[in-house]
Design a protein around this ligand. Structure first.
Ligand code: NAI
Ligand code: 15L
Length: 270
């Protein structure tokens, strides 16, 4: 694939969108920004709801690829998840198909597989978790990411749309909790991984794990590295201060037992 020129970022006003819109231009990408809400200091950004199929189609017209971050990023009612994440992602793929856009980078999540047992993985444990595992969503939110990955596979097989789905761990400026010493994806590594996903010479649907080169990682980064991703950061740099504040993970606590941590126990509004 030739280098994408114009990239639509949905969810550009959000936490990850805010980082990527500052970091991706350095990789040579021109950005078209979109969100439900105004994007700070970006008067040209598009404002529309992903539930509006017509607006989504207009937004993708003429772009080379889409980085799809938009939607609800935490557990919510089934109705809200259905609208923003399920219907919204469907509208995005329909627009991509109709407008002939060849590539999508889909922000999937660890919560698509959040009930995966950790069983002492990492730090000399039973081996790292790959991407060839069955879906085990821990929330309606995680279930919407399973849907998104399924939709990506369907549109790859049926219509030739290339997608890289990144199961993001915790993408924040710095790891705030002991769990995040394992799941952290630094903003700079996020940009490196999204750039690799936008430019790697792959077709079809590829699922990768998205974390930094964390000493305490539970996840296998081989699929992401195969795209050319070379992480430069390690959450361990913050370990002393994080552990001084929060302590080590309790071995019988949910953060040490299940990949999705406390999403596995959260109840949605009904
Ligand atoms: P965020 O909540 O900060 O940003 C999401 C953006 O989507 C918001 O700006 C919001 O206005 C927009 N949005 C919500 N509903 C919309 C709708 N109906 N139409 C148009 N836009 C809508 O979330 P964050 O943290 O930036 O995450 C970005 C993406 O990455 C999300 O898809 C999230 O599920 C995924 N992700 C993030 C992780 C993280 O650690 N931040 C971890 C795993 C996945
Ligand atoms: C996610 O999928 C969420 O969007 C984000 O807010 C964090 O909770 C992250 O996962 C995580 O597991 O740390």
């Amino acid at each position: 694939m030739t280098m994408p020129q114009t990239i639509l970022i949905t969810g550009a006003a959000g936490g990850v969108g805010g980082m990527l819109r500052h970091l991706l231009p350095a990789f040579g990408h021109r950005l078209r920004l979109a969100d439900l809400v105004p994007v700070p200091n970006e008067p040209d950004a598009l404002a529309f709801d992903l539930r509006d199929a017509g607006a989504v189609r207009e937004a993708v017209r003429g772009v080379d690829a889409v980085v799809h971050l938009g939607g609800i990023a935490l557990e919510d009612s089934f109705a809200n998840i259905l609208g923003a994440n399920v219907e919204g992602t469907y509208h995005l793929y329909e627009a991509v198909r109709e407008e002939g856009v060849r590539r999508v980078v889909f922000a999937s999540s660890n919560h698509a597989v959040g009930f995966t047992p950790l069983e002492g993985r990492g730090l000399g444990g039973a081996g790292l978790i790959g991407t060839d595992i069955l879906p085990r969503p821990d929330t309606y939110y995680g279930l919407s990411k399973v849907f998104g990955e399924g939709l990506a596979q369907l549109y790859a097989d049926k219509y030739g749309v290339t997608t890289v789905s990144i199961r993001i761990g915790s993408c924040e400026p710095r790891p705030r909790t002991t769990r995040m010493l394992s799941t952290w994806l630094s903003p700079a590594d996020c940009a490196r991984l999204v750039h690799a996903a936008l430019t790697a010479p792959v077709t079809g649907h590829t699922v990768v794990n998205g974390i930094s080169a964390n000493t305490r990682a539970w996840w296998d980064l081989a699929p992401a590295r195969a795209l050319g991703y070379e992480p430069q950061d390690d959450a361990e740099e913050f370990a002393a201060e994080v552990i001084a504040e929060h302590g080590e993970l309790a071995p019988d606590g949910v953060d040490a037992r299940l990949l999705g941590g406390d999403f596995t126990t959260v109840e949605p509004p009904r």
